[in-house]
Design a protein around this ligand. Sequence first.
Ligand code: G6Q
Length: 537
Amino acid sequence: MNLTESTEWQELRSLYEATEDATLHQLFAQDEQRGESFSLQAGDIYADYSKNLVTHDTIKLLIDLARARGVTELRDAMFAGKKINTTEDRAVLHTALRNQGSEHITVDGQDVMPEVRAVLKRMAEFSAAIRNGSWKGHTGLLIKNVVNIGIGGSDLGPVMVVEALKHYSQRDIQVRFVSNIDSTHLAEATHDLDPAETVFIVASKTFTTDETMTNAHSARDWLLASLHDESAVAKHFVAVSTNAEEVQKFGIDTANMFEFWDWVGGRYSLTSAIGLSIMVAIGPDNFQDLLAGFYTMDEHFRTAPLEQNLPVILGLIGVWYGGFYGAASEAILPYDQYLSRFAAYFQQGNMESNGKSVTKEGKPVDYATGPVIWGEPGTNGQHAFYQLLHQGTQFIPCDFIGFARPLNPIGEHHRKLTANLLAQTQALAFGKTADEVRAEGVDEALVPHKTFWGNHPTNTLLLPELTPNTLGQLIALYEHKIFVQGAIWGINSFDQWGVELGKVLAKDLYHVIADNTQPAYDSSTNSLLDVYRKLQK
Ligand code: G6Q
C-alpha cells in the first residue's frame, strides 16, 4: 500500500494537524520527566531525543507505522542475507563483515563467514607487516607512506575513520587518500613522498571506476619514473577488489589482493577489506575493536524492541519531520574535532541510499524521502552557519554528538566544548522570547532581531570516549537509521542508479574534448566547450 494512504500515516497527519503549534517549552512544562522518558541507552550511546516535537502519542503512532511498513521483516531479511537490493539482485550483508557471533550467515546457500574471517586475517598480516617494517619497498627501504586510491564508498569511510581514530594511529606511517580525478589530488598527496617508501592501496570494488583507475595508472607511472623497474609494482601496489581479473591486468599480483563481495555495498564497505588503510593506520587490534563496536549496535538494532530501538526511534523522528514539517535537510554536528569528516561520510551514506523518488516497485512517491545531510564539528559551525539554524526560515533538525572524556585533555577546553554543545541545544529548543529580550532593556527596534523563536528540534548523543569501539557503534547507528527510513518509504536504499547518467555523458564528452571534435550537444554545453577551448590556448 502507498505510504500516505495507510491508516498509520493518516493518523500521524491528524496528530500533526492537532499538535503542530505545540512548542518545546510547553512539552517540557507538561512533563517534568521528559528529559529522561524521551531518552535511550544503546550500547555506549546515551541518546536524548526529548528536544523533539514529539509526544508519547507521536512515538506510538510512528512505531505502529514501522510495524505496518514491515521494518522488522525487512531488517531480519537483511541480516539473513536475503536479496533485499532488488534492482541489483543482491544481498545486503555489511553486518556479516563485523559479525562476532558463531552462527552461519548464508548467501545463495553458502556460509560467508569463513571467507570474511580469512580476509580479515590476511588484512591483519599485511597491516602488521607494514607497521612493523617487515614489508619493505623494492629497494629495501621501510614503508613510511600508504596512499589509498579509491572514490565514493571506496574512499569516504576510510578517510573519515582514519581521521576519527588518529589518536590510535601509528604516527610514523602516513596514511593519505587520493580520490578526485583532478590530478591536483594525486600531485599534492605524493609531492613530498619518496616512491621507494610508499605503498598504494588501489581500492575499487569493480576495478573499472575511471577516477580510481586513472589515478592508479598515474601513481604507477610516478613510482616507475623513480624506481625504473616494472617488478617494483609488486612491492608498492596492493588491491582491494571483487574483480581479480582486472586486478591482474593492472599488474598487481592477486596474492596482494584483498577480496570482498558483491553483497557489500560501497557506502557500507568500511568494515570490509576497503578498510585496509584504516587497519594499517590503527592496527589489527583496534580494527577488531571497531568491528566489535559495529556489532554491538547491529545486535541492538536486531534485537531491541522497536520502542527502545535507537536506530528505529531516530529514523522515525526523521520520517516525521520530512513527512509533516517539510524538513529538507538534517545537520550532524559532532563536538569532537576528530569527527570532522563524519557528516561528509554520512552525506554519501544517507543521500546515496535514500535520495530516491520511486518505490521498490518503481512507482513515484508522493512524500519526501532522504534529506540533505550536512554538518561540521562544533564549535566551528557556531561561528559559521548556526545563525541560520537559530533564526533562519528553514526547519533543520540537528544531531549533536559529544563525548564525556577528551582524548587530548588540555586546560578547560573540554568543559567549554561540552558547555557549548549543551547551550546550543537549549537555545535551539527554547529560544528567547521578545519579552525576555525587552526585559534585558534592549531597544525596541532591536527586539525582533534579538528574538529567538526556538522550537528547533535536536537529538543529543553522548558517549563516554571516542574509541574504535564507540565509533563503530556510532557509524552503525546511522547506517541502521538510514535503513529504517528506507523501509518506511518503501524505497531501495542499496542501489545508486542516479550516479550512472553523468558517468556515461562524461565518457562521451571526454572523447569530444580529447579528439577536439565538433560538439553537437545543447547550446549551453556547446558554448561552454567553445569557451573552454579558447581559454586553453
Ligand atoms: C557506493 C557507491 C559508490 C562506489 C564508487 C566506487 O555505495 O557504489 O560510491 O563506492 O563509485 O566504486 P568502486 O569501488 O567500484 O571503484
